[in-house]
Design a protein around this ligand. Structure first.
Ligand SMILES: *Cc1c(COP(=O)(O)O)cnc(C)c1O
Length: 447
């Protein structure tokens, strides 16, 4: 299996090179030459086993092929349960919360960040048998959840260090803590600027050929294949088990920002997993709802909302979605439905959720829950799973006042909150970042 670019200007590329590069050299996004159909889908008890089956065709010619099982065992070491919710009148076993928040940083990004870390570590081991390769710096610009997941995934991995850039004062206190609590080979920098400034600085460094000859630099952003493909595993796992038990395909509602998680659901369905309909919920950033309602695709400036991990005006994976529908807008609009949910509705949905569904959703998950409520009102009686993209305790300052009681953090999140956190100030100035990266490794230690 080879990989091509959505812009079609590069020769077919091996997965090892696509994983290391992140973005394709023609500026496009890597996609598999074709999405393979699996011959049979067996429900498995362990998510790691489904993950291995889903990912094996993509890694058939990779130097990681023989390590794939071990990488999956490590990356998918916590479950993604389908929790039945109290129904809205559709009968039992129709409404599910698809809990993707049982990882170390309590958001779905843990799965793919951990897979990517395992894969890059495996490539490094295959590459540098002598163990003398210089430290690889993973540079991440983040508005919250990505940085924490990547930090946790690479923490204490020999041969890697992580540099996190986040906008000072623009992430929640708990998110800031989750970025600065790791230490050792992970360092967080508070940038005196916006998220866009952080992203510009990271892009500038990744495009700086002279710097990259000096220090090996990689990105871990959401357009990497190593972030996208691993997310197909949990949809395939849940849908296969659901179909075996209930004889029905599992329809999914995915809270969406950059379309990474949504594209993964589509990949699972195209591979033949019994995923039914896919509906997407956005927040008030309405680039996608407008496009799916028939307007031309037009990225817009980002608006700040309660579901801040979905504050995206130019969804980076849109190019993949369009590619998979042969650039045919009508086909794409026919394949997926999208609805936007504003902040007032997010608040009302969170406040009513304990009574209505017996669950407490995070603000992102609430957008999906709202779509489920609309479907039930319209008389839809099919089984639906709402992807719960983060644990509500990560957004306690929004959720707790609405539900009227404290929300207990899960154990891994509680443990990182108990650690001291530290982030250094850095101006939004490329020269400062470059000097810092050129001095790698940033902190010498035993890793
Ligand atoms: C990143 C994130 C999203 C959006 O996911 P995409 O793959 O960018 O669409 C939704 N919810 C939470 C909690 C997130 O961290």
């Amino acid at each position: 299996m080879k990989f091509v670019s959505t812009r079609g200007q590069i020769p077919p590329t091996a997965i090892d090179d696509a994983l290391s590069a992140g973005l394709a050299p023609d500026g496009g996004l890597y996609v598999p030459e074709r999405i393979p159909m699996l011959a049979s889908w067996q429900p498995t008890a362990r998510l790691a086993d489904t993950a291995q089956a889903v990912l094996a065709p993509y890694f058939a010619e990779s130097s990681l092929r023989d390590r794939l099982a071990a990488i999956c065992d490590q990356a998918y070491s916590f479950d993604a349960p389908l929790r039945p919710m109290r129904g809205d009148g559709a009968g039992p076993d129709r409404d599910f919360l698809f809990e993707l928040f049982h990882g170390p940083t309590a958001a779905f990004k843990d799965y793919a960040a951990r897979f990517l870390a395992g894969a890059l570590a495996g490539l490094r081991a295959a590459d540098a048998a002598t163990g003398t390769a210089p430290t690889n710096t993973i540079l991440v610009a983040t508005s919250g959840d990505t940085g924490a997941a990547v930090a946790a995934a690479f923490h204490r991995r020999p041969g890697f260090q992580v540099v996190i850039l986040y906008p000072d004062g623009k992430v929640s206190p708990r998110q800031a803590h989750g970025l600065g609590c790791w230490g050792e080979n992970v360092r967080a920098f508070r940038i005196d600027g916006s998220f866009d400034d952080c992203q510009r600085l990271a892009k500038q460094a990744l495009a700086d050929g002279d710097l990259r000859r000096l220090v090996p630099l990689s990105s871990a952003n959401s357009i990497s294949l190593g972030r996208l493909l691993p997310q197909a595993a949990y949809y395939a796992h849940a849908a296969t088990r659901f179909a075996a038990e209930h004889g029905d395909a599992l329809n999914v509602i995915v809270p969406t920002g950059n379309l990474g998680n949504a594209c993964a659901a589509l990949v699972a369905r195209r591979m033949g997993a019994p995923v039914g309909e896919i509906r997407l919920a956005t927040n008030a950033n309405d680039t996608l709802p407008r496009y799916f309602a028939g307007e031309d695709y037009a990225p817009r400036p980002t608006r700040a909302t309660l579901a801040n991990a979905m504050d995206v005006g130019a969804p980076s994976n849109f190019e993949r979605l369009r590619h998979w529908h042969d650039g045919d807008d009508a086909r794409l609009r026919g394949a997926i439905q999208v609805q936007g949910v504003d902040d007032a509705t997010i608040r009302a949905t969170i406040a009513a959720a304990p009574r209505r569904h017996g669950v407490v959703p995070c603000p992102h998950t609430a957008t999906g829950l709202f779509l489920l409520e609309r479907l039930r009102e319209q008389g839809d009686e099919r089984p639906w799973a709402v992807a719960a993209t983060a644990h509500p305790a990560k957004f306690e300052s929004i959720v707790e006042p609405l539900v009227g009681h404290p929300v207990e953090p899960p154990p891994a999140l509680a443990a990182s909150l108990a650690q001291p956190a530290r982030a250094d100030a850095l101006p939004a100035d490329y020269a400062a970042l470059r000097a810092l990266l050129a001095a790698a490794p940033i902190e010498r230690g035993s890793y």
